[in-house]
Design a protein around this ligand. Structure first.
Ligand SMILES: [Zn+2]
Length: 339
């Protein structure tokens, strides 16, 4: 039997003992329901349940603790479980988020070079299944010259090797270990070597930021979560291109690197903008004629946010004369690299 005395609830125990609980120390043990007995617990004695069946007593308590009615649908007990659920859910989100973002990048930046090179070679096999590599000594020399010019704009530029592949689409990719894949069609679409230099500078930006390694580790960890036994494998060019799609933030950072490096090397940055705008126009045109086919493996399916990024590309500062990045013979050697 419980009786309310002022702000205190007096509980009559067996053998005539009495215990008093301050109403302020009591909370709902189960959600309040007007048709049920009021079930309370004390913050001082968590395991003790006080059940009040007398309606007059319940009304008197409710008058002093109107907040009990507020948790009618979500009583104290349920609230705790809900909070626990939110906490567990939050921890899971944090783990998945770190698998998705922070962790892969952290791992990518500490991965040994030998691992990166091996990872790059294994990803290159994906491209080898789509087209053949074009091996041409004079083209390789010309490409090395082009990279060398860009390297004058970044004293800490890592070693990169560029492989030209005879692929059916216009695109370039950075792979782990400093390997860059350029489709021959991209070189054909470039009207001057500065345009190719711009694309290369952008891809080198991905290399510098360890984006390909980050992407590879992210894919690996997400596969572990979603498909721990590796039972399902998605194939085809679309799935493969999806693998190489960089985030918008990574794209912008690669552009920033390209702009800075080109300006420092004295290479006209407008080359990158001209190239982007021509390909964008071409792909838009292709899209209306051939539907999805034109988009397959396209530059902009793997390089999001191009238009806003293009607007940021400005010419060399006043008074800085652009450098000639390649002579005509070298440029032609590159354009004929797959012949
Ligand atoms: Zn990119």
């Amino acid at each position: 039997m419980a009786i309310l005395h002022g702000e205190e609830l007096e509980l009559n125990l067996a053998l005539g003992d009495k215990v008093n609980f301050a109403l302020s120390q009591l909370s709902l043990a189960t959600p309040y329901r007007p048709d049920k007995a009021l079930s309370l617990r004390s913050s001082l004695a968590g395991k003790v349940r006080i059940l009040i069946e007398d309606r007059a007593q319940v009304e008197a308590i409710m008058a002093l603790r109107p907040d009990f009615k507020l948790v009618q649908n979500q009583g104290y007990g349920t609230g705790t479980k809900f909070n626990l659920f939110i906490a567990v859910f939050g921890v899971i989100v944090a783990i998945v988020w770190s698998f998705e973002t922070v962790l892969p990048h952290a791992l990518a930046t500490v991965a040994p070079l030998s691992w990166r090179v091996q990872a790059g070679a294994s990803e290159e096999m994906d491209f080898a299944s789509l087209g053949h590599i074009c091996q041409n000594t004079s083209a390789d020399l010309a490409m090395a010259k082009l990279v060398g010019v860009l390297a004058t704009g970044d004293a800490e530029m890592p070693n990169v090797s560029v492989h030209i592949y005879d692929l059916s689409f216009v695109n370039a990719f950075a792979l782990p270990g400093g390997l860059i894949i350029v489709s021959h069609k991209l070189i054909e679409q470039a009207e001057r070597p500065e345009e190719l230099a711009g694309v290369l500078a952008h891809e080198i930006g991905h290399v510098v930021h360890a984006d390909p390694e980050t992407q590879m580790i992210r894919r690996f960890t997400l596969n572990l979560i979603s498909d721990p036994f590796g039972s399902s494998h998605s194939g085809g060019t679309i799935a493969m291109m999806e693998q190489f799609r960089q985030s918008r933030a990574a794209e912008e950072a690669a552009d920033d690197y390209a702009r800075q490096t080109m300006v420092a090397a004295g290479v006209d940055p407008i080359g990158l903008r001209d190239f982007f705008s021509r390909i964008l126009k071409r792909e838009r045109g292709g899209q209306s004629n051939n539907g999805g086919l034109a988009q397959l493996g396209s530059m902009f399916s793997t390089h999001p946010g191009t238009e806003t990024r293009m607007a940021k590309i400005a010419p060399l500062p006043d008074g800085k004369k652009p450098k000639q990045v390649l002579d005509e013979a070298d440029w032609q050697a590159l354009r004929k690299s797959c012949n």
